[in-house]
Design a protein around this ligand. Structure first.
Ligand code: AKB
Length: 332
């Protein structure tokens, strides 16, 4: 593979030169691997291509270009980037924490080999690259309350290991070659449109669906398991704001972002303000409980707030009211 943003005679790994000046970033052309379609609203269907190996939900079908693309297929990704004059690559494809533990080989392939492909492509084509990281990038030896941006990171899941690897590779390529790598560590993200997908924080989505269907939720975590969480619209806004921030404002390339932290019992209590009969039974499963116990209780996101003005809009009360309204709407 040749890297066009580097002088031709030099290979990617032995050059000390950096990326040539980036194209203007005001009107990016964005390729997204994996699920999220929120870039469509911001940049328009003519500038955003969604891709995945799964058929998109019907609302995404009608809202813009969607192509089949496997993050393990380097040549096809390159073709998409060149044919569509892509300037930003947003890489969401990954296996989450719990499902990754059940299938380590696949998680390693998608989360690490897939990531290497997008890093190489971003470097080769001088793209602005966004890769999400997570509270899962921390482990039992990290400070948990709060976890700062920079500290010991020794996660015990393949998901976490792959995310730390992504953070470090991206930052390495930024410092060595000027790759415009940007990474946010997301808390558990709560959305009505994204069904639970093999994560440890999934209960905090499922509980809303159960509350409005059977009125009974069986929780796989202990009632006092506190984790950082965020409403999807805050997560989307943070990502767009971060991607739009001028490089000179960024003192880091990987930032924690926070909104709230709650336990299963606290979210259940808040839901009971609307649905007093909600019943929750606790049946902790050893894999997800162990993972949750190794993750931060709270995130310190003071660097994101200071550098590029991050501020969440949703607290627990607003999140619960909005989720109940959205799940109700979806059911009718
Ligand atoms: C998971 O639970 O695996 C994800 C995450 C916190 O990254 N939602």
């Amino acid at each position: 593979r040749s890297f066009s943003c580097l002088p031709r005679k030099m290979s990617r790994w032995n050059s000390r030169d950096t990326c040539s000046p980036l194209p203007p970033q005001e009107n990016p052309r964005v390729l997204i691997t994996g699920d999220p379609s929120f870039f469509l609203k911001q940049y328009g269907t003519e500038n955003v291509i969604l891709s995945d190996i799964k058929k998109p939900p019907p609302n995404v079908y009608s809202s813009g270009p969607f192509v089949y693309a496997d993050v393990l297929d380097y040549k096809h990704l390159r073709e998409l980037i060149i044919n569509n004059r892509i300037t930003w690559l947003v890489h969401y494809s990954a296996l989450l924490s719990a499902v990754g533990e059940a299938n380590v080989a696949l998680a390693r392939k998608i989360n690490i080999t897939g990531l290497h492909n997008v890093l190489d492509l971003a470097l080769e084509h001088c793209l602005r690259l966004f890769v999400p990281s997570t509270i899962g990038a921390f482990g039992p030896s990290s400070p948990r309350d709060p976890a700062p941006d920079l500290c010991v990171q020794r996660p015990r899941t393949i998901y976490g290991v792959s995310k730390v690897h992504g953070e470090l590779m991206g930052e390495y390529l930024h410092h060595k070659y000027g790759l415009d790598f940007r990474c946010l560590r997301y808390p558990g993200v709560i959305s009505v449109n994204t069904p639970p997908g093999g994560g440890t924080t999934d209960y905090a989505v499922q509980i809303f669906h159960d509350a409005l269907s059977t009125g009974h939720h069986v929780c796989y975590l202990r009632p006092d398991t506190r984790l950082p969480m965020m409403h999807i619209s805050d997560c989307h806004r943070a990502t767009i704001e971060f991607m739009q921030s001028p490089e000179c404002q960024l003192s880091l390339r990987t930032y924690n972002i926070a909104a709230m932290s709650f336990t299963p019992e606290e979210v259940a209590q808040e839901i009971r303000k609307h649905l007093p009969h909600l019943k929750v039974t606790y049946n902790p499963d050893s894999v997800r409980q162990t993972i949750a116990d190794s993750w931060p209780i709270r995130f310190d996101d003071s660097n994101a707030r200071r550098d590029w003005g991050w501020a969440p809009a949703f607290g627990l009360e607003e999140l619960v009211a909005d989720m109940l309204r959205s799940v109700r709407e979806k059911r009718t």
